[in-house]
Design a protein around this ligand. Sequence first.
Ligand code: 4NP
Length: 163
Amino acid sequence: MSESTSQVSVLFVCLGNICRSPTAEGVFRHLIKERGLEHAYRIDSCGTGAYHTGEPPDRRAREEAHRRGLSLDDLRARALNQGDFERFDYIVAMDDANYRDINAAAPQHFSGHLVKLLDFAPDHRGDSVPDPYYGGDDGFRKVFDMVEQGCGGLIDHIEAARQ
Ligand code: 4NP
């Protein structure tokens, strides 16, 4: 755990690591940079499933990112592994199924924080980020809106905990 030292580590997790969690990683990186906090965070994303390992984010997510002035192009999918429970202070699930799967995989001694992203979004508390994979482009726009609000709230929460 690094919370008591200089960096906070945050891992965003969805199912495939090609739609929602890379979006959250990209948005979180962007917001952290805007706030001048790059030095204070280590950020990554992964999936509870390994189906898309090595693939870049879904084209629709990358296009929506470009429309909003950020890039997800360099990200590559990977699966959650046991080492993640040692290396991350915050593990951030996109939906309830992700949360349950992460919780089931966590070792008993996991001492980080397992949270759901939208619990930090004032307009969406308790909700899940909907999986946009089988829908249209509109789903990706909605995911970005929700994820932006959740990431902003999560940064506020973490920064308040660091004071
Ligand atoms: P993600 O979306 O979990 O937000 O990356 C999905 C991507 C792919 C699949 C499911 C969800 N899939 O079943 O292939």
